[in-house]
Design a binder for this molecule. Structure first.
Ligand code: NDP
Ligand code: 2IT
Length: 452
């Protein structure tokens, strides 16, 4: 048999194995379309690795990787301002602890369910290992909707959530942090409740804490800054950069704000951002101070921006943000916000690079469009790893009972993002990139609809 024939046989065997594992995932996790999507993306990319190392077909590695160590669900009762008892559902997936305690954020959003939490926990496992830090993968959250809740309601809900979650977490077992709908305020309520229940000060049980009680400088900025650092590496490899470029960012939350800030510091003009109601377009460049005040202080809608900046326009509905011509697109809102149509629009408008600040913001079809068009594509697991990387640095500082200065943490973050880029390039050189969707495992149940 020729070497080429042996290689083809190994690749066919790898593809069959991956297809079998994927079919089992679909059967075992019915209707969990986001989870199927995340698993499919990873399995597809592993075909050349398994073809090259056939031993991985024998030791059940993929079967173990696709199954979380455990998924915890629990009731979260709380009393609203009218004195009525409300009940939400809480989740924590402890996905994989092979290289360290489970680590990953908590999301409070009405769309949260087992599928969302499992896709996020699965992604987190790979992202965390890419950071080079000793952290396993986890994720959690609730279908609680923080929008429109009073401060008292938010506090009572969050304390009730921790009253159950505390049983499963700890500085050496599982360390949650923030995600959509969970920032330093919510982490603060949770940390206080955990401390009361445990009767001791275990600073490393949560990250993303306030600076006064064990938080790390630069954690707030880390995900957005890290995404821009990663994209900058991609651009520099092509001899270009942010300087003079036009950037569109979706979202206007934690990740989006600091991606905009760093992109602007690197000389880009950020012309658009959004929230779940709509987007703003300011052709002269968005005034970030206004966005930060509206979102971080007043917690109001992005539509308010145009009242202070009459030259900007507000468009209801956030999907069409991708019709704005740009050189660099940074999706920083939520999963499946860029579908095939949006990806084609971005490509036809000349986009050069896409960096995923959000988790799984591009559908599988959208990723194919970017790869086929030769667009520089920074996948979430690599591009947004800066947040959790600095969370791991927060854990280190808590263990040392010491804190680094802002620039020390930022320098470490920058180095970590460069290292993730180098690892990604090395892997692509060794195994090729998964641009060809024909090698993907297939299932009719596996395509998630966009923007839920
Ligand atoms: P925030 O809650 O701070 O901000 C989320 C932003 O996205 C808001 O502008 C929100 O609008 C918008 N958004 C949320 N859900 C939807 C939706 N279904 N449709 C349209 N817009 C939506 O969250 P983060 O900035 O922390 O997280 C953003 C993304 O980045 C998420 O995918 C998260 O998983 C990912 N991420 C976060 C990290 C972190 O450190 N925080 C680390 C790595 C990834 P609105 O206010 O109207 O809801
Ligand atoms: O998706 C993510 O990486 C996060 N939400 C951050 C997790 C963390 O533990 O800092």
């Amino acid at each position: 048999m020729s070497t080429l024939q042996t290689m083809n046989n190994q690749e066919a065997a790898a593809r069959d194995y991956v297809q079998d594992v994927f079919e089992t995932v679909v059967i075992r996790n019915p209707h969990e379309v986001e989870f199927h999507q995340a698993v499919k993306e990873i399995l597809e990319s592993l075909v050349p690795v398994i073809a090259k190392h056939p031993k991985y077909r024998q030791n059940g590695i993929l079967e173990r990787i696709v199954e979380p160590e455990r998924l915890i669900t629990f009731r979260v009762p709380w009393v609203d301002d009218q004195g009525i008892v409300q009940v939400n559902r809480g989740f924590r997936v402890q996905y994989n602890s092979a290289i360290g305690p489970f680590k990953g954020g908590l999301r409070f959003h009405p769309s949260v369910n087992a599928s969302i939490i499992k896709f996020l926990g699965f992604e987190q496992t790979f992202k965390n290992s890419l950071t080079g830090q000793p952290i396993g993968g986890g994720k959690g959250g609730s279908d609680f909707d923080p929008k429109g809740k009073s401060e008292g309601e938010l506090m009572r809900f969050t304390q009730s959530f921790m009253t159950e979650l505390y049983k499963y977490i700890g500085p050496d077992t599982d360390v949650p942090a923030g995600d959509i709908g969970v920032g330093a305020r919510e982490v603060g309520y949770m940390f206080g409740q955990y401390k009361r229940i445990r009767g001791g000060y275990e600073a490393g049980v949560l990250t993303g804490k306030g600076i006064g009680y064990g938080g790390s400088l630069a954690r707030t900025e880390a995900t957005g800054y890290g995404a821009v650092y990663f994209v900058n590496e991609m651009l520099e490899a092509r001899g270009i950069g942010f300087e003079g470029s036009t950037v569109v960012v979706s979202g206007s939350g934690n990740v989006a704000i600091y991606a905009m800030q760093k992109a602007a510091q690197f000389g880009a003009k950020v012309v658009a951002c959004s929230d779940s109601n709509g987007y703003i377009y300011d052709k002269d460049g968005i005034d970030l101070d206004t966005v930060r005040r509206l979102k971080e202080v007043e917690r109001s809608r992005i539509s308010e921006y145009v009242k202070e900046h009459p030259n900007a326009v507000y468009v209801e509905g956030c999907r069409n943000i991708w019709s704005i011509p740009c050189d660099i697109a940074l999706p920083c809102a939520t999963q499946n916000e860029i579908d095939e149509t949006s990806a084609k629009l971005l490509v036809s408008n000349g986009v050069q690079a896409v960096g995923e600040g959000a988790n799984m913001p591009s559908t599988l079809e959208a990723i194919d469009v970017f790869l086929q068009a030769g667009v520089l594509f920074g996948p979430a697991k690599a591009a947004n790893a800066g947040g959790v990387a600095v969370s791991a640095l927060e854990m280190s500082q808590n263990s040392m009972r010491y804190s680094w200065r802002f620039h020390e943490v930022d320098d470490k973050l920058h180095e970590i993002m460069k290292n993730i880029y180098r690892q990604s390039v090395n892997a692509a050189e060794e195994y090729g990139h998964p641009g060809n969707s024909s090698s993907a495992p297939t299932s009719p149940a596996s395509s998630a609809s966009p923007m839920r």
